[in-house]
Design a protein around this ligand. Structure first.
Ligand SMILES: [Zn+2]
Length: 451
């Protein structure tokens, strides 16, 4: 199909596209607080219809609605699915924002607002690529489906039953995941997978109530119990001690190692930003990047017990709790790791602890040798004029496994973000230029995917 017409359409409609993006950013949609969710889902559905898609709302027994959209090609039987999400992170701390978080203010070629990059900009750029084909050419090069999650920022806890129920509706030949962008040198970044995550909470209980610490020789201390239990989980060399924890961990393949070597890792900037002399165990360069992407972790997210206020208080608390997460790598399974954790604590004599399981997602990746990866990389190079930087996996997590493993097609993440986008932080922003180039990239990809 003629990409020239599509590109011209995109250039001619830049202002209108940005106005639509601003409209979406202005609608709060904070899943953590349930703020503006219904309104935002409606707005997304309306914008899909305006772009020329047929829409449907998919709801499960609980949780926020998924907005689904599709448009068929007259000439192709191939289907590309886009996974995006309309929910955003909470905007706090509010005082750190230069402009109101839901203002969608455009300043110096950037749109500011919570969710403008993560993930509303990517969603709108993809919708606009579809609109450009339909308006400028009158047809799509391939069939397109959109799956727009409403709970990504809280771990998509209700997504699995929805995906399972709509397996046929969600069938496709490949999918483009929600995020990505260009690095400081303008090179497009592609991500082929995500780490998994398992969140748990451990609770230790002592006496019925807090008591005077003079009673310490007699009264069991829950905070000490918890500290001793935590001590059995990981040693000072960062090794996780749960039996069988590393059993299924796959080291990077030869091809993945080659990929890692080409990834620019700005470690000095990161150390400076965090005021660190060195990373854990003194790793740097390739070894640091390998650890970041291929190493599973056991992290204390928060610890709570007793008196932590000003001055001192001689008290013996009656309870203690810790929240932790395990980042998992292929082929570790959250269910198995949870079982191993429970067994480990029991074996070490901590069966008095209450173990609460919170959310989890599985680690997942698409192989570098998958033809779809090659296609996306080639298209990215053509559009951006730079060889794509391929991350075999990302250190983050998400529900990608439902699409890659359950529905069974290759998934690559690529988007229109930039390194100073401040996602999840104050002053989140998206460059207008990157947004327009990203829209052209998606249009080109749709065209190339037909071939
Ligand atoms: Zn996010």
């Amino acid at each position: 199909m003629s990409l020239e017409k599509v590109y011209n359409y995109i250039d001619a409609h830049e202002k209108a596209f940005i106005e639509d993006l601003v409209r979406l950013v202005k609608q709060p949609s904070v899943s953590a607080k349930g703020e503006g969710i219904t309104e935002c889902a409606k707005l997304v559905e309306g914008m899909m219809r305006e772009a020329g898609l047929l829409t449907k709302v998919l709801s499960g027994k609980k949780g926020n609605p998924v907005v689904y959209g599709e448009v068929k090609s007259k000439n192709s039987s191939k289907t590309l699915l886009f996974y995006n999400h309309y929910d955003v992170q909470p905007p706090e701390p509010l005082e750190k924002w230069k402009y109101e978080p839901f203002s969608g203010k455009v300043v110096d070629g950037k749109v500011y607002g919570r969710g403008v990059t993560d993930n509303k900009g990517n969603l709108v750029s993809r919708l606009k690529a579809v609109q450009a084909f339909l308006e400028a050419v009158g047809d799509m090069p391939v069939n397109v489906k959109f799956f727009v999650d409403g709970e990504e920022e809280i771990g998509s806890p209700n997504l699995e039953p929805i995906v399972k129920e709509h397996k046929r509706l969600l069938s496709a030949d490949a999918a483009i995941w929600e995020f990505g962008g260009t690095d400081r040198r303008g090179r497009p970044q592609l991500y082929l997978g995500l780490k998994g995550v398992l969140s748990v909470e451990l609770k230790a209980k002592g006496a019925l109530k807090d008591v005077h610490s003079a009673n310490a020789p007699l009264i069991p201390h829950p905070a000490w119990r918890l500290v001793w239990a935590l001590n059995t989980l990981k040693d000072k060399d960062e090794k996780i001690l749960i039996e069988g924890f590393y059993e299924k961990v796959q080291p990077p393949s030869k091809e993945e190692v080659e990929c890692l070597k080409r990834i620019p890792f700005e470690e000095e900037e990161l150390k400076k930003e965090l005021s660190l002399k060195q990373f854990l165990k003194g790793v740097s360069g390739f070894e640091a990047l390998k650890a970041l992407l291929f190493q599973p972790t056991c992290t204390i997210n928060g610890l709570l017990s007793g008196y932590t206020g000003e001055g001192s208080k001689t008290v013996l608390p009656h309870e203690a709790m810790v929240k932790m997460d395990f980042r998992l790598v292929p082929n570790q399974k959250p269910d198995e790791i949870f079982e191993k954790l429970v067994l480990h604590l029991k074996k070490c004599g901590f069966d008095d602890l209450e173990i609460i399981r919170h959310g989890s997602t599985e680690p997942v990746k698409t192989s570098i040798s998958d033809p779809f990866v090659g296609l996306v990389a080639k298209t990215a190079e053509k559009v951006y004029g730079e060889r794509a930087v391929i991350y075999p996996i990302s250190a983050g997590s998400g529900p990608m496994h439902l699409f890659r493993n359950l529905l069974g097609y290759p998934v690559v993440s690529a988007g229109c973000g930039h390194p100073e986008a401040n996602t999840h932080a104050p002053n989140e922003n998206l460059k207008v230029e990157g947004f327009i180039e990203g829209t052209k990239f998606i249009a080109t990809l749709l065209n190339d995917f037909a071939q």
